[in-house]
Design a binder for this molecule. Structure first.
Ligand SMILES: [Zn+2]
Length: 325
């Protein structure tokens, strides 16, 4: 049998000429031997492109290979990207939408507060902070010190100036060493172009006893089994790696983190993946948020008896709470 060649294989996919693909070795073990895993698309916005995920023959990490170069990926993080959305008018549904957005920040806070106390002396760094609503929520409630990093330019939001904000790649920032009590990465790590540098740098920034909390989509989850290549956790080409429990734990151990808690859920609503996965499977790619906001909340209401147990069902997310070992 001939060896699988990711570069050769992607040539059969349909992609615009200007995409600048680069080959990459496994983030976890460095091997360049892999097997085809799946073809992913940008289902959320419906943009053109067919992207390839491979499984490492050595450690079984699933990652995008080849990937779009870091300068080319920026076009996929435009203003429509959901995490960067500004306040918007949804008509009579505006209060419901705003409640859902702020609920997400309250869920993050609740998760963090299960493992540490926060007060005005606490220093928090949110990596991939987007417009910073989580940091601003914490600051308003606890008066803690808030720093954020995002590679998206020209972010703008009410009170954004209250954040000690750093623009660019996380591991290229010059942040004070051993100074943070908490570093959070909510759906950042699966976008990362160099997860090893990120984990190394985060460790150098944590105070002794400080916590690193990472939430990512979980590959070995029920929604992946249901939706496969239409799983919203793929979100190609932004997601550079798709972690299952084993590989998330392994990469953290590789960098000598101690995993204090592993959770088969996150602060992000599992229902979002159930809804969008069903949509991508049945109606195709390209989600028009203006059109789906009503069915979204209706479906959430109808599924509420199931969602009540979401922390036990391994639906879509995973979170690790770690400290320096
Ligand atoms: Zn590997």
């Amino acid at each position: 049998m001939t060896k699988f060649d990711p570069i050769l294989n992607i040539k059969a996919f349909v992609n615009p000429d200007h995409f600048d693909f680069e080959s990459v070795n496994c983030y976890q073990c460095g091997s360049n031997e892999s097997t085809f895993f799946l073809k992913g698309e940008e289902d959320l916005t419906g943009k053109d492109g067919e992207f390839q995920y491979v499984k490492c023959n050595n450690c079984e990490l699933v990652y995008q290979n080849p990937r779009i170069s870091i300068s080319g990926i920026k076009e996929f993080y435009d203003t429509e990207y959901i995490a960067h959305r500004k306040k918007k008018n949804w008509g009579i549904l505006t209060p419901l939408y705003e409640h859902a957005m702020s609920k997400h920040d309250r869920e993050k806070e609740k998760l963090v507060r299960s493992y540490m106390t926060i007060d005005k002396n606490t220093r928090v760094l949110d990596v991939g902070c987007a417009v910073g609503t989580f940091l601003l929520h914490l600051n308003k409630k606890y008066e803690c010190q808030i720093s954020g990093v995002d590679f998206k330019e020209n972010l703008d939001y009410p009170d954004f100036e209250k954040i000690d904000f750093h623009e660019g790649l996380f591991y290229e920032q010059d942040l004070p060493k051993q100074s943070f009590d908490l570093i959070t990465m909510w759906h950042f790590f699966e976008h990362d172009y160099d997860p090893n540098q990120t984990l190394k740098y985060a460790k150098s920034l944590l105070k002794p006893g400080g916590l690193l909390i990472i939430e990512v989509p979980r590959l070995d989850s029920l929604t992946f089994k249901l939706f496969k290549s239409k799983w919203p956790g793929i979100q190609a080409p932004q997601h550079t790696a798709l972690y299952d429990k084993k590989n998330l734990v392994n990469i953290l151990h590789k960098h000598d983190y101690k995993i204090d808690h592993y959770l088969p859920y996150g602060a992000f609503p599992a229902y979002f993946y159930i809804f969008t996965g069903t949509y991508f499977r049945t109606l195709g790619k390209g989600l028009n948020l203006d059109k789906i906001v009503f069915p979204y909340f209706l479906g959430q209401f109808l599924l509420s008896p199931i969602l009540w147990f979401q922390k036990k069902l391994n639906l879509s997310m995973q979170t690790v709470v770690c400290s320096k070992s």
